[in-house]
Design a binder for this molecule. Structure first.
Ligand SMILES: Nc1ncnc2c1ncn2[C@@H]1O[C@H](COP(=O)(O)OP(=O)(O)OP(=O)(O)O)[C@@H](O)[C@H]1O
Ligand SMILES: [Mg+2]
Length: 238
């Protein structure tokens, strides 16, 4: 470990609440995280940091306990057979972090997304998408040079997730990073299994968002065709 826990406490005491600080220490002791280096993003639901573990760059997503919107999260998690019920907001956020971990683990290797390393309480550690401390930009901020190729790849990812039994449920140009070579899907916390009552509605919305974005980039795309392709190929596997 590069810094002692005491030093870390001094650095982060003003940034994180006590419970998050303890969780970070736990992850450090477990060998999942050596150092947090900089903030990549601040948001309503979570802050994302760039960190390191040995030579490896990692991304650390810390979900806010207080700011999280209970109602919105419940829509994506109620009735999910993978999780027990929760008693309060804190437990719901912990479950939410587990959900993103499990969703990433389910599809990693089948589509391009960060490999999840560990989820502990409200913290998720995963692969860093980017290079030399610089995160890959979102598709929204960095449109592809070859939109048709990216569109086809993303349709392939939607199909890949579907084949693994998952619908992303918040897919758009905001949750795709552009490495320059390929699109990488992130933010899978909303992802639902195919037997979720709203899975089909979420799938159609994901396809709608992706088609809307790529149409604005000059790609001729059709939602119905994409939906048929995602479902046809998947059915062929059963
Ligand atoms: N693995 C990663 N590698 C590099 N950057 C990442 C990674 N994960 C997230 N980011 C960056 O952090 C931002 C927010 O991440 P993400 O979309 O997962 O959180 P969020 O739930 O949308 O947060 P909020 O809605 O509160 O902004 C992303 O847009 C991206 O810039
Ligand atoms: Mg996001």
């Amino acid at each position: 470990m590069k810094k002692s826990e005491y030093e870390l406490r001094k650095i982060y005491a003003g940034v994180f609440d006590k419970s998050t600080l303890l969780s970070l220490e736990r992850l450090m002791r477990g060998g999942y995280l050596e150092e947090l280096e900089s903030m990549i993003s601040t948001g309503k639901e979570a802050n994302v940091y760039h960190g390191c573990m040995g030579e490896k760059e990692i991304a650390v997503k810390i979900y806010a306990i207080d700011a999280s919107s209970f109602k919105n999260m419940e829509k994506y998690i109620l009735g999910d057979r993978r999780f027990k019920t929760w008693r309060n907001r804190r437990q719901l956020v912990y479950t939410w972090a587990q959900k993103e971990y499990k969703n990433l683990a389910r599809v990693h290797g089948f589509i391009e997304c960060p490999r999840p390393h560990q989820a502990y309480r409200n913290i998720l550690v995963m692969d860093f998408i980017g290079r030399d401390n610089i995160p890959a930009p979102r598709l929204k901020d960095s449109p592809p040079k070859n939109p048709k190729e990216y569109f086809n790849k993303i349709v392939g990812y939607i199909r890949g997730m579907y084949e693994r039994g998952l619908v992303h449920a918040d897919l758009s140009e905001y949750n795709v990073l552009n490495t320059g070579e390929k699109p990488v899907i992130i933010d899978l916390s909303t992802g639902v299994l195919l037997d979720h009552p709203l899975a089909d509605k979420f799938l159609k919305r994901d396809i709608y968002n992706i088609c809307r974005y790529f149409r604005s980039e000059g790609v001729d795309c059709d939602e119905k065709e994409v939906l048929a392709e995602v479902k046809k190929i998947s059915r062929g596997n059963f």
